[in-house]
Design a protein around this ligand. Structure first.
Ligand code: ASP
Ligand code: MG
Length: 405
């Protein structure tokens, strides 16, 4: 007998008929002789509606009450799934995060799970009950409801799997698994059988939306093997797991793209200690995260600094940087909102050379100009003009031989 955690996302839970489909899948795994915990998201579109209601009520809703509000979507899902399972003759019981309890810190709307008390769930499992847990939510040590950030049910599922020492954590979604790139851009993209935690972390932060980043961090920390698969068929999906020799043998595992950044350049900044801090501190105080940064070689005591910020924060950032640039005596500020970041990711880069130059050559063969470059041990990202995004993704996908065998 194994302890199986299954998580179903909003699309899988999107209607009464779909919830019945989820219940049948859960029942099938249970009938095979497993103990079952099911973690669910709100029905698709519901969380967006709740967020919109909060914003309609006031411009800056209280963070505590925002969480009380948006946590309700999952309450509907757990009740519907549990009653469906009961009507099929199974023992089932729903749990809100606070009933488990799933203890988090007090960072409303982006809380982190600190601890899960599995005592009650274990008692239910022993009695043969299918336990249905609300994703995305928890309770802080002062008894306030909290939520884990958009897409947080993934993290709930992995945390529950880690906390209860489950044998399997399956994340059911509306795609078949993790692909070498976005199949809407490259129809020949192939589904990966497995991907390492570190590659998945890079891909999630570089624009792949299949798993919430924190769920991958959690899985890595506690060694939970996550199986991402579709709730609409029985095909095997992608295992997110520890790195192995097979993964290292491939140069590049995936190509990602992200059109959600904008570029800002500060021209002729005095090249002396303290200037970067004066430019970037006001941005961090405004909670704007800076991604790539490049600084040119200095000429006659001056240099240029270019960096990227999330496009949603672009206007705010530009205003802050213009003020700061004037204070440090820079010559001016330049900006560009129509950029995209394309990246290649793969643990194989650690042991192979020439990967970056192959990327640059592939882009230049198509006449695509590279505006900025950044690297980590297992990824290379290039900023390009956003009108070439799809082309860039396609040429990189074929340059690294990622198409279906
Ligand atoms: N319902 C939440 C959201 O839409 C959590 C989740 O689906 O994972 O973000
Ligand atoms: Mg999701």
């Amino acid at each position: 007998m194994a302890l199986v955690v299954q998580k179903y996302g909003g699309t899988s839970m999107g209607s009464i008929e779909r919830i019945r489909n989820v219940a049948r899948r859960v029942a099938r795994t249970y009938d095979e002789g497993n103990e079952m915990i099911v973690v669910v998201s709100a029905m698709s579109g519901e969380t967006n509606k709740l967020v919109a209601l909060c914003n309609e009520m006031c411009e800056f809703p209280s963070e505590r009450e925002y969480d009380v509000m948006v946590a309700t979507g999952e309450q509907v899902s757990i009740a519907l799934l549990a009653m469906c399972l009961e009507s099929m003759g199974y023992k089932a019981k729903s749990y809100m995060g606070f009933q488990v309890p799933i203890i988090t810190d007090s960072a409303f709307s982006k809380a982190r799970i600190e601890e899960i008390d599995g005592t009650r769930i274990r008692e239910d499992l022993k009695k043969g009950t299918i336990v249905v847990v609300a994703g995305f939510q928890g309770i802080d040590r002062d008894g306030n409801l909290t939520t884990l950030g958009r897409g947080g049910s993934d993290t709930s599922a992995v945390a529950v799997a880690a906390g209860l020492n489950a044998d399997v954590c399956e994340i059911y979604t509306d795609v078949d698994g993790i692909y070498t790139t976005d199949p809407r851009i490259v129809p020949e993209a192939s589904k990966m059988d497995k991907v390492s935690y570190d590659e998945m972390l890079e891909m999630a932060s570089l624009g792949s939306k299949v798993l919430q980043i924190r769920s991958v961090e959690f899985a890595k920390k506690y060694g939970v093997v996550v199986h991402v698969r579709s709730s609409f068929n029985d095909n095997p999906g992608t295992l997110v797991t520890k790195e192995d020799a097979d993964m290292e043998a491939v140069l590049v595992s995936g190509i990602t793209h992200d059109k959600n950044e904008a570029k800002i350049s500060v021209m002729r900044v005095p090249d002396k200690p303290g200037i970067a801090a004066q430019l970037f501190s006001p941005l961090s105080e405004a909670n704007i995260t800076v991604d790539m940064i490049i600084q040119n070689v200095s000429h006659e005591g001056f240099t240029d600094l270019t960096f990227t910020v999330p496009r949603t924060d672009f206007k705010k950032a530009l205003k802050i940087v213009e003020d700061a640039a004037a204070r440090v005596g820079a010559a001016g500020v330049d900006s560009n909102e129509t950029i995209a970041k394309v990246s290649i990711v793969g643990v194989g880069m650690r042991s192979h050379s020439g990967v970056a130059s192959k990327m640059f050559a592939a882009l230049s063969a198509e006449g695509i100009n590279i505006q900025m470059i950044s690297t980590s041990e297992i990824k290379v990202s290039c900023v390009i003009d956003d009108k070439y995004t799809e082309l860039a993704v396609r040429v990189l996908h074929s340059a690294f031989g990622l198409a279906k065998g």
